[in-house]
Ligand binder design. Structure first.
Ligand code: URA
Length: 269
């Protein structure tokens, strides 16, 4: 049987699947990897909804457009990641801010070649002030470890929204709009070689796409910030979705292999 294309052993795959209670043997995994392109099929609608354009919502005397402009000015003024993180923590323009514990800004290594951008904090992230530290985050850590990445060494992790939405609902378009200048600036300051959009919300938002995550995932897209920094984006299925649908982990694995390959290429170029 031919070796898989990646240096990552099959055991890395079976390990994180097994952790999720999904039994797999190596022969089956090889077969899955080989037959993968033929198995693209019915897509999950819940993963594919594109956010609507931001409504003109007022908070006090200011509209979402005013707040987004203020975020843009503050983001532009931040010349370091720490200054940007401080500006985000002090920012009063998100409608979500009042109902949560704190802003969740980033974790990981500034300057890492891999930047993962998720949807926004959940309960555990809100409590601890760090992104992806709940159950989905633990799966994300395993996925990253399978391609030799950790937040302690060589990955940077953030979100497209910094404040926890009540009840863990999806962030609304106006909530994303006020964060976006900070997200763009963070990308410019971290200068990743590759951005991974974890889930439909960051993928659709970053790429301004009409397509949903099931169509976007596993492909690479050109992305540039308003300040002109460019890096490719590869969308993947959100780890929380994979916890609900472990049968889709073969897709996630293929996407990880692409990410690993592209990082190697981009780092040697
Ligand atoms: N899900 C996300 O998208 N981001 C987090 O930080 C945690 C869970």
């Amino acid at each position: 049987m031919p070796a898989p294309a990646s240096r990552v052993p099959i055991s890395a795959l079976t390990e994180w699947w097994a952790d999720m209670g999904v039994g797999m043997d190596t022969a089956l995994v090889e077969a899955l990897l080989k037959s993968a392109p033929a198995r693209e099929a019915a897509e999950e609608l819940s993963q594919s909804a594109a956010p609507a354009a931001p409504a003109v919502i007022r908070r006090g005397a200011r509209t979402v457009i005013d707040w987004a402009n203020e975020a843009r000015a503050q983001a532009k003024a931040a010349t370091t990641l720490e200054a940007l993180a401080e500006a985000i923590r002090a920012f009063d323009g998100s409608p979500l801010r009042a109902a949560c514990e704190q802003a969740v800004v980033y974790d990981g290594v500034p300057g890492a070649s891999l930047m993962v951008i998720g949807e926004g904090p959940g309960a555990e992230e809100d409590r601890r002030g760090l992104p992806f530290v709940g159950k989905a985050g633990q799966l994300l850590d395993k996925m990253l470890a399978a391609i030799g990445r950790t937040r302690a060494e060589n990955a940077f992790i953030t979100n497209v929204n910094y404040w926890r939405p009540p009840g863990n609902r999806n962030p609304e378009a106006d909530e994303l709009a006020v964060c976006r200048p900070f997200v763009d600036r963070m990308i410019e300051l971290v200068k990743p070689k590759l951005i991974v959009a974890a889930g439909g919300i960051p993928a659709v938002s970053l790429l301004a796409s009409k397509d949903g995550i099931m169509k976007l995932r596993g492909n690479e897209y050109a992305f540039s910030t308003p300040g002109g920094f460019q890096a490719p984006v590869i969308p993947i299925l959100h780890p929380a979705y994979l916890l609900r649908r472990p049968q889709d982990k073969s897709r996630a694995w293929r996407d990880l292999m692409l990410i690993e390959k592209r990082l190697a290429e981009l780092s040697s170029g």
